[in-house]
Design a binder for this molecule. Sequence first.
Ligand code: GLA
Ligand code: GLA
Length: 650
Amino acid sequence: MSKPELGVCYYPEHWPESGWTDDAARMVEMGISWVRIGEFAWSRIEPTPGDLRWDWLDTAIEILGEAGLHVVLGTPTATPPRWMVDRHPDMLAVSKDGQPRKFGSRRHYCFSHLGYKDEAKRITELMAKRYGANPHIAAWQTDNEYGCHDTILSYSDAARAAFRVWLRKKYETIDALNTAWGNVFWSMEYNGFDQVDLPNQTVTEPNPAHVMDFRRFSSDQVVDFNRAQCSILRAYTDAPIIHNYMGRITDFDHFAVGADLDIASWDSYPLGFLEDRSDQGEDFKHDYQRQGDPDFQAFHHDLYRAVGGMRNGVSRWWVMEQQPGPVNWAPYNPAPLPGMVRLWTWEAVAHGAEVVSYFRWRQAPFAQEQMHAGLLRPDGVMAEGGAEAARVSKELLALDDADAGPSSVAIVFDYASAWAWETQPQGQDFDYFHLVYDVYRGLRRLGVSVDIVPPSCDDLSDRALVITPGLFAWTDSLRAAMKRFEGQMLIGPRTGSKTDDFAIPASLPPGIDGFDCKVTAVESLRSSGAIDLIDGGCFQIWREFAETSETVTETGSDGHPALITKGKLTYMAGWPDDRAMTRILDKVCKRAGVETTDCQLGYRRRDFGHYTLHMNYGAKAVTHTGILLSPADIALFDNKAQSWIIKPSP
Ligand code: GLA
Ligand code: GLA
């Protein structure tokens, strides 16, 4: 394996050329080996149509490369210049209420617009031609953060035209579409594909099958857009191709986009995410305001490890952007506790990150992100985050083999299920990500290291326990893998409750051969309406009524089955709160022979290679199995040498 390395995002076009050499030297001095550039620089590369200005970029690449840095070059397609909108006025994505989005920030394009797609291909090819063989360019990034700022779904004319083509390809005849969608309902039958519109601005809710196909189509448009860039790049370069995904974005199938890439990466903003996209309550946000949710980053590290391509049997993924200090975009933007930038970096390494790259080098004194910290302050003086990054770069040298080998526990994560339950939540609090993440958090609280697997997974043989929360429709591969699988499976709630066509399966869910269990009815619950479980904790948000002749291993206080077990299969007929989740997971882990430990407060651990990383996300010191950790501190144990590489707090 290669040793984990550090990187940084840099915008030479934001700074006078006279400072680039010094910047590069300081990066190297800090122990940084990768630098990402270019991803927003279109207006400087091509200020007016066809007028290409490569000189400055040539120079920047030369300076960075000569300093010893590997350059990641981004295609600039997330920020088409203003003249592009003059050329293609209808290229803007259109919001659900029919309003075109405007120029003046970024990501102002519709994935279906053919004119813009051609422009994106054109600039990609120009860059690939010029830099594909440049020895300093060691990787490419396509676009930037697909899906950021709610930009996957577009209700434009271009999207409508492309959707019709997509539907025709999928269904071939309009009768097939009418049958699949159940359009006899409310006289929604179509006479031809050209009558099918996008599912927005309907009087009341549109047909869920219509919405689901629109979601699949919209995801496919991203795959297409990205693939076009990848095939161009591959014609000119052998360097790996990467995209930087985000936290809690489920609007497109990352596994499908990932199939065209070599490395998955994501942008990790622990404090921004806690404020901006966490389901946790006020107390939790208060307790972790300077550390971030102890499990949110870990979940995404594991998810993107699954999305990444393989090299020598090891999945390739990076953190492309790591928060270095306060950000500008969350409702509140506190500063991290001293030590957290180091801890976040180490946590990523412990999940197998090849590179952790900070966003950004120097804080910009102008425009939208002037309040966003960098490793350096706007005046060029090293900020706290920079000092911590420099410290980690030295510590990393002590690692030999840091591979995140397969974990015995796997959770199936399925983007289509996220679309399905957004389309038909059947209770406003039902959210697929939230459900899967609750399971993940439960496992982390038990000290269990987890792998995420896609629904197309056809081999579970490495696993002792596999969990499928909320999987809307079974896939053939998963069904087949399950039959051969000898470990434990925890299934539900809502798993197998729809067909691919978004209908209730004839034999009722969960629909597992040889497992006599039928979900006959379901209910969603307000927060005050949770159903207590006899063994402790409750079902919240969602609960199911099941008919079964199998063994009922847990019951609700109202007498209805909560857990139903036969041999290796356990069905969970509701959404457990944290207390019930911990108990249920502990029980299935024990049955599967997976060791658990009770993680107190902010203590977390992660096993990787022959190491164990111990972390304290808490704002108070914590002791676990005799290991004392100060707030934001870490300790690293080498299980092979039986010695500490980084000692716990004294
Ligand atoms: C995202 C983007 C970056 C920058 C940061 C700010 O992750 O990719 O360009 O806007 O957020 O946190
Ligand atoms: C949004 C995203 C963040 C970041 C900011 C940048 O809020 O959620 O990741 O990209 O935009 O402005």
